[in-house]
Ligand binder design. Structure first.
Ligand SMILES: [Zn+2]
Ligand SMILES: [Zn+2]
Length: 345
């Protein structure tokens, strides 16, 4: 099969072709796993964190990609009762497996499991024609979503959904979104559906993204350093750096919550944190909460919500062979919606 392989940790700003196209044997499912013929795989900012070593794969080489849509081709390793059939269209998300036995797993927090394994980092993912996954960690894709529409929903959408839940707002409370890429543009669509009276304010440095946000229903859009026209009850930050955190805390209302939806932050502007002023940024019971991974429940609830509410991502398609180009554009901030590799039809 064809696969785009990561063989070494590099800086994508100076090394524009981090992945190499290889011909590899089709993977063989382990016990409990199914084989999937991959149709599409979304491109996520987390892939840059993996390639550049902020959340490095434990072993190289590895096939990246954790927003995978495909068709089940082999269930012979699953045992008597398989949750999926041959020919089913399924998705694979960032959660590849968790132990199922620890206190976190039992409490429905499998995203926090110490044995959590991430698709396309800890095991091979979907930048390839085939992949394997535990049958229980594959997700049915609603019929109304196309392969390319569904892929970005599996990470950007699912983690956006988790972020919005952790923002802990109710209908009518105000919401800020910092950064407006693959995830937050979907959060805006979700928020408009789940909280119709909530006003959404978007902070992004790119004027085109500000305009895009207004088109999707944001009542206001401005730069990262801008002051929002009102204090906000919650803000979801999806940027890779630190300055937006300080700016968001300033725009939060008393008792407000900042949700940081980022697996890692880059250290380039870390000194900005020294500008944190306790009374201005933190006092009055402001909270900061990070978002870690997703659970299967997040993924499935969100796919159902997307199908029911007609939430579709804006996306651009690339060939598997052009994965490096997609990653490089993501690195340069050339984002409008999501990027999807179209691998087979
Ligand atoms: Zn992702
Ligand atoms: Zn566990």
């Amino acid at each position: 099969m064809k696969a785009m392989l990561l063989t070494e940790i590099v800086d994508v700003r100076t090394h524009h072709t981090p992945l190499s196209l290889r011909q590899l044997p089709e993977p063989i499912p382990s016990e409990g796993e199914i084989l999937i013929k991959v149709s599409t795989c979304g491109v996520c900012h987390t892939e840059l964190d993996e390639i550049e070593g902020r959340t490095p794969p434990p072993e190289l080489p590895v096939i990246l990609g954790h927003q995978v849509v495909g068709v089940v081709e082999d269930i012979s390793h699953v045992g008597q009762v398989s949750p999926v059939k041959i020919g089913d269209r399924v998705g694979v998300a960032w959660i590849f497996s968790a132990c199922g036995k620890c206190a976190h797993c039992k409490a429905g927090e499998e995203n926090l499991c110490a044995q959590f394994r991430a698709t396309g980092r800890d095991v091979n993912g979907g930048y390839a024609q085939y992949m394997t996954v535990p049958a229980d960690f594959s997700h049915p894709i609603p019929d109304t979503l196309s392969d390319s529409e569904a892929a970005p929903l599996l990470c950007a959408g699912a983690i956006g959904y988790r972020s919005l839940r952790l923002a802990n707002i109710h209908n009518g409370q105000s919401l800020g979104l910092t950064g407006f890429g693959g995830s937050n543009h979907l959060v805006l669509k979700m928020a408009r559906h789940l909280y119709p009276n909530t006003e959404v304010f978007v902070f992004t440095r790119n004027p085109e993204e500000q305009e895009f946000a207004r088109t999707l229903g944001a009542v206001w859009a401005g730069g990262i350093e801008a002051t929002s026209p009102q204090k906000l009850n919650a803000i979801i930050d999806t940027t890779p750096v630190w300055k937006p955190i300080v700016e968001a805390l300033r725009n939060l209302d008393n008792g407000g919550r900042l949700v940081v939806n980022a697996i890692r932050k880059e250290d380039t502007d870390k000194e900005t944190l020294l500008k944190l002023d306790y009374p201005l940024h933190l006092w009055m019971e402001k909270e900061i909460k990070s978002v870690a991974n997703v659970t299967r429940q997040d993924v499935r609830e969100f796919l159902d919500l997307a199908a029911e509410a007609g939430i579709r991502p804006e996306y651009q398609e690339y060939a598997l062979e052009d994965a490096n180009q997609a990653l490089s554009e993501l690195r340069q901030g050339k984002i409008r919606g999501a990027k999807v590799l179209k691998i087979s039809s």
